[in-house]
Ligand binder design. Sequence first.
Ligand code: FAD
Ligand code: NAD
Length: 474
Amino acid sequence: MNKKIEPTSATTSGKQTEIFDAIIIGTGQAAPALANRLTASGMRIAVIERSSVGGTCVNTGCTPTKTMVASAYVARMAARAAEYGVVLHHPPAIDMKAIKARVDKIVQTDRVGLENWMTGMPGCTLIRGHARFESGNEVCVDDRRIKANKIFINVGGRAFIPDAVGLENISYLTNTDMVALDIVPSHLIIVGGSYIGLEFAQMFRRFGSSVTVIERGSRLIAREDEEVSAQIKDILSNEDISIMLDAEELQFQKHAAGVAVNVKCKNDWKKISGSHLLIAVGRRPNTDDLGLDKAGIETDTMGYITVDEQLRTTANGVWALGDCNGRGAFTHTAYNDFEIVAANLLDGETRCVSDRIPAYALYIDPPLGRVGMTATQAKKAGRKIRVGTRQMTRVARAIEKGETQGSMRVVVDAETNEILGAAILGPGGDEAIHAILATMAAKAPYTQLTHTMAIHPTLSELIPTMLGELSNPQ
Ligand SMILES: Cc1cc2nc3c(=O)[nH]c(=O)nc-3n(C[C@H](O)[C@H](O)[C@H](O)COP(=O)(O)OP(=O)(O)OC[C@H]3O[C@@H](n4cnc5c(N)ncnc54)[C@H](O)[C@@H]3O)c2cc1C
Ligand SMILES: NC(=O)c1ccc[n+]([C@@H]2O[C@H](COP(=O)([O-])OP(=O)(O)OC[C@H]3O[C@@H](n4cnc5c(N)ncnc54)[C@H](O)[C@@H]3O)[C@@H](O)[C@H]2O)c1
């Protein structure tokens, strides 16, 4: 049985102050693991959460969306069943309430598991409410005042809502509303053609919605190389998702169908109407209501907390982890922030945020796995590069699976043979990319992979082949 360690208390200006060894604000993706390490080292800690334990990832981000992506994949394969010689006697239908029930069950299991884990840690007190700094080492939660010499901020972010004509007069959805839907919108209009917009676009198209994506840029998911953006556009267009690029200006109005959007694309105004509108144009950090000024914690103009390489803020004894520090916007970057802070604080190491190799995936189908630099970024950084590519139409496993959209690309430093980055857009691309990530982390030359026997038939077996056919230096 866990032994509970109680906080001590002191009285400051008539108000009882509870004293802990450490405070964690927000139960994002760094907090639970950090709480575990801190309490295991004997500290008494307070963890403060104003909403659902597990934050964005568990409740309104990765977990519900990837659960929905799985349902959307089944819907797609059911619709394509005849191509595989599988005869369905009735056309497949979508039961959105059942999809939502599956999502809710998985989310709840994760959330409750995390909550039980944290409340079961000896010396961990979970406080419900909104935390605000009173000073560099004091935090208020409603009428409770708590103090600690170490404070960790893991407050995450929320959907950014742009200033746009008419938006204040209509109802719109964010990622939080999307994962709570138990109906299929007849026409979903999505503003924003990046991670959130594209994942929801494809899944709701597969559930049966008409979908229009409106993107301000001249291409989708513009952080990627142009060829990758173009292939992603083709994948979505092939499923009859309508895509409007170069949307310089938007105006919103109520409409009998739900909402109308006037879109100015290259000086030409177009009007579309739909039943539902999703705003997916980025995130903003939850730092505007934290009282950071009282603690001397600086932010940039967007509200991201300024941190150094070890994630220390400008206030002594205060760290910021996860999306709120602007150094990453993924669950794995938040978790890596925990690993850096815990290693430096508890294990005597000096790990830095710049040591990590950028890596992420876009969960459309097929998924895009990404590591390191794109070819464009590598060239901008002044590197002489060699590029390898292979289309999925030339990958045996993709052909056998009937999933030949996409390609893989790798960027190698022409002088050092070091792998600088890669993109795998294809079935299992989110998993296969890890072989390249591990090779990069080991700082091994690309020839390490060309000399490794791979398993047949896999997508990964073509990585050495692709590396054996690199372009001339460019
Ligand atoms: C739709 C969607 C899909 C995503 N899919 C993926 C994916 O597939 N893979 C991936 O890696 N990333 C994904 N992300 C991003 C990922 O969810 C975040 O990067 C991740 O949750 C990291 O968050 P965090 O640790 O910074 O905090 P969060 O998870 O945002 O949690 C912060 C917590 O702090 C609490 N809080 C805030 N302010 C206060 C306060 N003042 N007092 C008390 N509590 C407070 C909040 O209630 C919240 O619970 C997705 C995001 C979205 C929106
Ligand atoms: N698979 C994943 O790991 C995953 C999935 C979802 C979200 N996320 C995280 O969530 C974060 C937010 O994702 P996101 O897609 O909302 O934001 P984003 O910042 O990645 O992209 C926003 C997109 O909206 C466009 N845009 C901005 N203003 C616009 C306007 N007025 N009209 C039309 N288009 C406009 C931008 O050009 C851009 O393409 C990401 O940075 C990512 O880290 C990750």
